[in-house]
Design a protein around this ligand. Structure first.
Ligand SMILES: C[S@@+](CC[C@H](N)C(=O)[O-])C[C@H]1O[C@@H](n2cnc3c(N)ncnc32)[C@H](O)[C@@H]1O
Length: 422
């Protein structure tokens, strides 16, 4: 940790993740499903962009004007290099929130996003962010925010405190964060082995520590070993954001909209009896033992009439991703559409495969975690429909390592539910 970090871990860099919830074009379907007027997004901002994978991909693949900051210069440096190689046009800074949020040269934003930030910063920084949202988010604009919540973390709170305390008190000075993490986890296992009453009251903790031990140390450092770490209920979140005139709009995790896959019939009936939307969310979090929330909040929710909602949903275009190696005959014609606001031409056929395949990783996704779905930025051929996709694809072709990272992350863009067309 350093003077400028405000207690945030800086002696180990964060992972290279892409998070599709940060894509502002995903707001539209969530809002339409909730019966709300979605914003037209022309300007967007990401606070704490980490290695900058998401912000660069969203900037490269759309006409949205992106701004962002991350105070770790190692992160900002990588993200700026990526922006250069991919010609994403994103304006990326290495300023702390407090400094960045005071800049006079920022536009007002239609969309502000923070992923994996809120629970790991001080109240002082939270106030800076809320004030920034109050001043800089346009009327009708959307805040995407993810955070650790309750009751899913309830049992783990004392254990996380123990881990950080061990790292601070028992960790050898100069031993490095990874060694302090390992020592803290080993100590936690020793503690659980003596069958403390805490472990008897919370039998799931031993399994959790076992799983944590298997995780990437870069991730663990940022998740558990910051000075500040506060899971917050959705109701508390509502209180924080009320001063920025925000109200909860809907979950950014599309599947949350389908109650039947999360809640029993009795639970659905209980929730249906609760008129207050925030309290309903709070109770729902108890039903599912929620641990992490990803939500959209809006400045001035406006409701669609049922007819407007039905028409807008019917007009919503989507592109279906296909599976690597699978070429059903009816996929062989080119499909045209828009991905992340940029135009995209997807050829589901033999032309697709050489463009998207990552040598040596066929059959697994870039992260190695997900089933391989893909859409093909056909701009790779040079005559493609979108200059920016071309830039990413081109960076990959010239084998610049950062360009290849951009390309691999570009694959993830299409991993999940499919790409949306506006
Ligand atoms: C857990 S990481 C998440 C990064 C990125 N949003 C993602 O999901 O990959 C949190 C990031 O916030 C940055 N950060 C923490 N406190 C900050 C502050 N006060 N000002 C600017 N950046 C900060 C860290 O450097 C780190 O990259």
């Amino acid at each position: 940790m350093t003077d400028w970090s405000g207690g945030y871990v800086t002696d180990i860099t964060y992972t290279y993740g892409y998070y599709n919830e940060l894509n502002p074009l995903r707001v539209r379907l969530g809002f339409l499903n909730a019966g709300l007027v979605p914003p037209e997004v022309a300007t967007a901002c990401e606070l704490g962009f980490g290695q900058g994978m998401s912000i660069n991909l969203h900037a490269a693949a759309s006409s949205v004007q992106w701004f962002g900051t991350d105070f770790n210069p190692a992160h900002a440096g990588f993200a700026q290099d990526l922006a250069r190689v991919a010609e994403s046009g994103a304006q990326l800074f290495d300023e702390a929130f407090e400094q960045f949020c005071r800049r006079a040269d920022l536009p007002d934003f239609d969309y502000i996003g923070l992923h994996g930030i809120w629970s790991w910063i001080s109240d002082e920084n939270r106030r800076v962010i809320v004030d920034f949202v109050r001043r800089k988010l346009k009327v009708g604009g959307v805040l995407y925010i993810s955070y650790n919540t309750q009751p899913g973390w309830a049992a783990m709170v004392p254990m996380r405190d123990l881990l950080t305390e061990h790292a601070a008190v028992m960790g050898a000075d100069g031993a490095g964060i990874v060694s302090r993490i390992d020592a803290a986890l080993n100590f936690a296992e020793r503690l659980l082995a003596v069958n403390p009453a805490y472990a008897r009251a919370n039998p799931q903790i031993a399994e959790r520590i076992k799983k944590i031990k298997e995780q990437n140390r870069h991730y663990l450092a940022h998740e558990y070993f910051n000075r500040d770490w506060r899971p917050m209920s959705v109701a508390q979140m509502g209180e924080w954001l009320a001063s920025a005139k925000l109200t909860w709009a809907c979950s950014a995790h599309y599947l949350d909209a389908i109650d039947a896959i999360h809640l029993t019939a009795e639970q659905q009936r209980l929730l249906a009896d609760i008129p207050d939307p925030m309290f309903r969310q709070l109770v729902r979090d108890f039903c599912v033992n929620q641990q992490f929330r990803k939500d959209y909040w809006v400045k001035g929710a406006r409701r669609l009439t049922p007819l407007e909602q039905a028409e807008a949903l019917r007009a919503q275009r989507v592109i279906r991703p296909t599976t690597l190696g699978c070429e059903p005959k009816d996929h062989r014609r080119p499909w045209r559409g828009r991905l992340a606001g940029g135009r995209l031409c997807a050829h589901f056929g033999t032309t697709c495969r050489p463009q998207i395949q990552n040598p040596g990783s066929a059959g697994t996704s870039a992260s190695g975690r997900r089933p391989q779905h893909h859409l093909c930025p056909a701009a790779a051929g040079g005559a493609g429909p979108d200059r920016r996709w071309g830039a990413i694809a081109c960076a990959r072709r010239c084998r610049h390592p950062k360009g290849q990272k951009a390309h691999r992350a570009a694959q993830c863009l299409s991993d999940d539910e499919g790409a949306l067309e506006q």
